[in-house]
Design a protein around this ligand. Structure first.
Ligand code: C2O
Length: 307
């Protein structure tokens, strides 16, 4: 990686995170670091301080939380083991990316800043040739950029040593999974379920591997990436998910039988987020299927078929 910490995409990602982390006890600002993490998962509003301290890695005794009604609407909403896994996380990345882009613009960073992906199975990282792609990218490790480093990871990852086995970094297996029309196999993207936060029976292949296995490998024993509350508080989470999001595009492109669901129950279920100004917005899967169109407006540099 060596020079990557100076790459403007990464350097400004770190600076923007530092901005989001300001006023850390104030969890009422929707564009703050901890609020963005809580969207994924948080304790329920009636949790005691002791319970929050046990599970929120950034807990402070002076935390100010939003009203319970707001927490119930916007927090703890990640979709797992479900056919909403891919679109929900795409929406989550999108709103987070807009917040970061706002900070990058204010800080004078690249005007075309976009969330990078970490292709742990490729030859490039951040679009830069990088043969050690399965290693945690340098700027996130010990000695990297302080705002991208977290201690609570598998130590080998932070040391720049191999930490994930070949199954965890294998992106080829899930890409060969079909559209999940029926049956008990989740296919590529997961089986039909109601929106259920977590714990459903319907995990798709891309969610189990590389997604779940990489979470576990990076988190190691007790690390942030190993649980729903801690994961988004590790800056590598967003690059991991960006790669998962990219794999969705690779899967669609590689086989004409690979299509998104057309079931209205999938297309029109709406989820709540905030825009970069902190205003509430809602979004449906039907609005995030074409990454090149507004509001997403991004294109991956590489959706070639690795299989
Ligand atoms: Cu909702 Cu990788 O997690």
């Amino acid at each position: 990686m060596k020079g990557n910490a100076n790459h403007p995409i990464i350097a400004f990602y770190a600076k923007a995170i530092a901005e989001m982390k300001k006023n850390p006890s104030d969890m009422t600002n929707p564009t703050s670091w901890r609020y963005q993490g809580a969207i994924h998962d948080y304790l329920r509003p009636n949790a005691t301080d002791a319970q929050r301290q046990a599970r929120d890695p950034l807990f402070t005794t002076t935390d100010i939380l939003p009203p319970p009604s707001e927490q119930l609407k916007f927090w703890r909403t990640c979709q797992h083991q479900s056919w909403f896994f891919l679109p929900w996380h795409r929406m989550y990345l999108h709103h987070f990316e807009r917040i970061i882009m706002g900070h990058v613009a204010r800080l004078g960073g690249p005007t075309d800043w976009a969330l990078p992906y970490w292709n742990y199975s490729g030859s490039k990282t951040f679009g830069i040739p990088f043969p050690g792609s399965a290693l945690l990218p340098g700027p996130f490790r010990t000695g990297g950029l302080p705002d991208l480093f977290v201690a609570r990871r598998e130590p080998l990852a932070n040391q720049g040593q191999p930490f994930a086995d070949a199954t965890a970094t294998d992106i080829k297996r899930c890409l060969q999974e079909p559209f999940p029309s029926s049956g008990s196999s989740g296919g590529f993207l997961g089986l039909k379920t109601v929106s259920n936060h977590a714990g459903g029976p319907a995990e798709g292949a891309v969610e189990s591997s590389p997604h779940d296995l990489m979470h576990g490998a990076i988190g190691g024993s007790g690390g942030l990436m190993g649980n729903f509350i801690g994961a988004p508080l590790d800056p590598i989470f967003w690059l991991h998910h960006c790669n998962i999001d990219r794999l969705w595009e690779v899967w669609i492109a590689r086989d004409t039988t690979h299509k998104n669901p057309v079931d209205p129950d999938w297309l029109t279920t709406s989820f709540d987020f905030h825009d970069a100004k902190g205003n509430p917005v809602s979004m449906k899967p039907s609005e995030v299927l074409d990454t090149k169109a507004a509001p997403l407006s991004y294109v991956y540099d590489d959706i070639s078929d690795p299989v």
